[in-house]
Design a protein around this ligand. Structure first.
Ligand SMILES: [Zn+2]
Length: 315
């Protein structure tokens, strides 16, 4: 699924083609796209509207239209916005004709993408705020904010990072890349991370997202640019999908786990796995081995501990 860097790539590619243009024709070919609104209602609002600005919020593209209207689109699993596609895509769900003579088509084989039209900035913000949390790459995204959000949370930090209502736009690829950069094991309970680790996590998330944007996104699935080309970030992953390969930092072997139900890639020499201690004061037990590990690196923990952690993480 497109994550923040992929959606940002599409936004940057679309801006010169759509900002300032008038939508002269709008066809919504699939009623699921606008649900619960009827397609013809949205078509009527779009026809004649000027695209004043194209923004991004998390994984949403936010089309600021004339008349203080806002179209909020999400590509979900397989959506692609194609500019003048030739030939026409097999799974076109929306077609927008522009006054420049160009055509924009939403191709979406699995039909999970959505488009919602709202009136006014207040309605737009309410829609987004109920669905997505803090936007990375902004000053509001900082260690203090992450510290407040994570306190008391026992879920693995990776599940926390993936939760769109906490942090907007980070999905499976960039969560792995960010946690590796931050040297934090994805199974660490979010609420146990120290402020200095959360600062590393913030840096890791920003660096991973920026690397993704610089490479114009990752195409490991259906992600395509507006001209149908693929992104290049999949060739630059540090850790994601690199099981069995050497860690780019220490040379140790990258392994695959399942965390929060998602395939997860780690180097357990760089990202120390939390050790569960069978004592009611588990907090101290988790910290002690990590500190010892700094002095004398130990091999990855025995298999049974790993299985137990994995089961907990996927619940
Ligand atoms: Zn390593």
């Amino acid at each position: 699924m497109p994550e923040l860097p992929e959606v940002e790539t599409i936004r940057r590619q679309l801006v010169p083609h759509v900002e300032g243009r008038t939508i002269t024709g709008a066809e919504v070919l699939d009623p699921r796209w606008t649900m619960p609104e009827a397609p013809h209602t949205v078509e009527r609002e779009l026809r004649g509207a000027v695209v004043e600005r194209l923004h991004r919020s998390g994984k949403y593209l936010v089309w600021e239209l004339s008349g203080d209207r806002h179209l909020l689109t999400h590509l979900r699993m397989t959506g692609a916005l194609l500019f003048d596609p030739d030939p026409q895509p097999a799974h076109a769900r929306v077609r927008l004709q522009l006054d420049s003579g160009h055509l924009l088509v939403l191709d979406d084989p699995r039909r999970f993408g959505t488009g919602h039209l709202v009136h006014g900035a207040t309605a737009r913000d309410a829609y987004l705020h109920s669905r997505i949390g803090v936007e990375p790459l902004t000053p509001e995204f900082n260690a203090a904010h992450l510290f407040r959000l994570t306190r008391g949370r026992r879920a693995p930090i990776k599940a926390f990072v993936l939760d769109q209502r906490r942090i907007a736009g980070v999905g499976n690829i960039y969560a792995d890349e960010a946690l590796f950069r931050a040297r934090i094991h994805p199974l660490r309970p979010a609420g146990r991370l120290k402020r200095v680790e959360l600062e590393r996590l913030r840096e890791g998330i920003e660096a991973a997202l920026q690397a993704g944007i610089d490479a114009k996104g990752a195409s490991i699935d259906d992600f395509r640019h507006i001209d149908g080309a693929r992104g290049a970030f999949q060739d630059r992953f540090l850790i994601h999908r690199r099981a069995g390969e050497p860690c780019p930092r220490c040379g140790g072997q990258v392994i695959r786990l399942v965390v929060a139900g998602r395939g997860t890639y780690v180097c357990e020499r760089c990202q120390r796995r939390p050790r569960r201690v069978a004592s009611p004061t588990g907090g101290a037990g988790e910290r002690a081995p990590a500190r010892a590990g700094l002095l004398a690196p130990t091999p990855p923990p025995a298999r049974p501990a790993g299985r137990r952690d994995r089961r907990r993480a996927t619940r």
